[in-house]
Design a protein around this ligand. Structure first.
Ligand SMILES: C[S@@+](CC[C@H](N)C(=O)[O-])C[C@H]1O[C@@H](n2cnc3c(N)ncnc32)[C@H](O)[C@@H]1O
Length: 152
């Protein structure tokens, strides 16, 4: 099962990118990263709609889509790992994670998502969410492999 992260914004060199890379490089299969950006200064509603369009354009057809959203579902790490196991064992070819921009996700992303996943009700900076996601994917892989990284 291929893993894709589609995210609004371009990462710059710095601690957030280092942290993301530290976990992303452990993942097997690797986490493909597609960054999208709308340069025009649009009003919030238009910007969210445009970013949703850009994000969904890089998602392979038939992919399972998980949109990261503070209003989404809270899960434990073992629950997320089980969800991923279910998709993998059910024959999913592409699993895509979507991270929005400063204004959050547009309705098109919410409508397309198979799961809205929350990392708690706090709002995190989007570049940090990339690192949190990469760590949780690594944790999921460790849980599914019986690796001692995750302790309950
Ligand atoms: C700065 S946040 C946007 C917050 C925006 N005001 C909103 O209402 O969604 C940018 C992106 O980071 C991700 N994000 C931020 N906090 C999150 C959380 N607690 N759980 C999951 N994703 C989060 C989401 O993908 C969000 O679209």
């Amino acid at each position: 099962m291929r893993l894709l992260l589609a995210a609004v914004g371009k990462a710059k060199a710095g601690p957030e990118l280092d942290l993301f890379s530290q976990y992303a490089k452990r993942l097997s299969p690797p986490l493909g990263l597609r960054e999208v950006e709308e340069k025009r200064p649009l009003a919030s509603a238009q910007l969210k709609a445009r970013e949703a369009e850009l994000l969904l354009a890089v998602v392979p057809s038939g992919a399972v889509v998980v949109a990261l959203d503070e209003r989404g579902k809270d899960m434990t790490s073992p629950e997320l790992a089980e969800k991923i196991r279910g998709w993998r064992d059910g024959g999913t070819q592409d699993l895509a994670f979507l991270i929005g921009g400063a204004d959050g996700h547009g309705d098109m992303v919410r409508a397309r998502a198979d799961l809205l996943l929350s990392f708690g009700r706090l709002t995190w900076p989007h570049m940090l969410v990339r690192a949190l996601l990469a760590e949780q994917l690594w944790r999921s892989q460790a849980i599914l492999a019986g690796h001692p990284y995750h302790r309950t």
